[in-house]
Each structure stands twice: as structure tokens, then as C-alpha cells.
Design a protein around this ligand. Structure first.
Ligand code: SF4
Ligand code: SF4
Length: 140
């Protein structure tokens, strides 16, 4: 992420209803990606394989980007691959609660089970399946 993108996140923070709760939503408003059917922020270059960090400031910064258009289209990869069927496949709409798209309980329950029964204790198949940036995993 470059400085322009970091500033863009900060500039849009005031538009969030619950700014302390979701860096992902801040990044969406800053035009760094869209909320995919996997409920993660998907970027054009590396898909959902991103970790976000933020800096809070009261500096009078100017917005330079707008939210990005949804790029999921007809793709269903994350929905289909999830072993717990946690995703409904509904596209993101800012006015909808997350439950319209995602059953977090299914995922949490499955991850708890994996922690006890597998050496890795993680899933992440929804990240793995996303075609955006997938070629970069295999090329790295
Ligand atoms: S981490 Fe695994 S179980 Fe959880 S939502 Fe993603 S694919 Fe489904
Ligand atoms: S796998 Fe497909 S539907 Fe899911 S977030 Fe990525 S592009 Fe969107």
C-alpha cells in the first residue's frame, strides 16, 4: 500500500457510522477494493489476501478516491468452496446487515473444531478460492 492509499483511507473515516469497528469498510470507502461475496475486502491485484492497518487522525485531508465497483460479478468460487456453506452468495449492499451474506457462527464453529483436530487449525478456503490475485500465489 502506498501513502496515497493510506491517506485515502483516513480521509474517508468520517463517513463511517462505526469507525472503530471496521477497517475493512474504511478501505472500501477509500476505493481500495470492494466487499466480495466472501464478506472480505477484495482488491483487484491480490484479491482478499490483504491485512489492513489504519492510523486515526484529525488532520483535514482531502478525499481522492471513491468506492470501487463490485468486481465479483457472476463468480461464486468462495460460496461454493466453503465447507460450512457460510456464505449465501448475496452481493454486498451497504444497507444490509452482514447476516444477509454470511453466517459467522458456521465458520466460527468449524474453526474451533479445526483448532482441536488439525495441526494447522485454520481454514481460509474462501481466500484461497478467489480468482483475484490467485495467479500471484502460484507465481510467488
Ligand atoms: S474460513 Fe473456511 S469455513 Fe470460514 S467462511 Fe472461509 S471457507 Fe468458510
Ligand atoms: S471468490 Fe469470486 S465471488 Fe468470492 S469474493 Fe472472490 S471474486 Fe467475489
Amino acid at each position: 500500500m502506498n501513502w496515497e492509499q493510506i491517506f485515502s483511507i483516513l480521509q474517508n473515516y468520517h463517513r463511517l457510522k462505526r469507525p472503530s469497528r471496521s477497517i475493512k469498510m474504511a478501505a472500501r470507502l477509500a476505493g481500495l477494493g470492494w466487499i466480495g461475496k466472501c464478506c472480505l475486502l477484495v482488491t483487484p491485484n491480490v484479491g482478499p489476501r490483504v491485512r489492513w492497518a489504519s492510523i486515526l487522525t484529525d488532520a483535514a485531508l482531502k478525499a481522492i478516491k471513491k468506492p470501487m465497483k463490485d468486481g465479483c460479478g457472476e463468480c461464486h468460487e468462495c460460496v461454493d468452496i466453503c465447507p460450512t456453506k457460510a456464505f449465501t452468495g448475496e452481493p454486498f449492499r451497504p444497507e444490509d446487515p452482514r447476516e444477509v451474506r454470511y453466517n459467522a457462527h458456521n465458520c466460527d464453529k468449524y474453526l474451533s473444531k479445526l483448532e482441536k483436530t488439525s495441526a494447522l487449525g485454520v481454514c481460509g478456503m474462501c481466500l484461497y478460492a478467489c480468482p483475484y490475485g490467485k495467479n500471484k500465489i502460484h507465481n510467488s
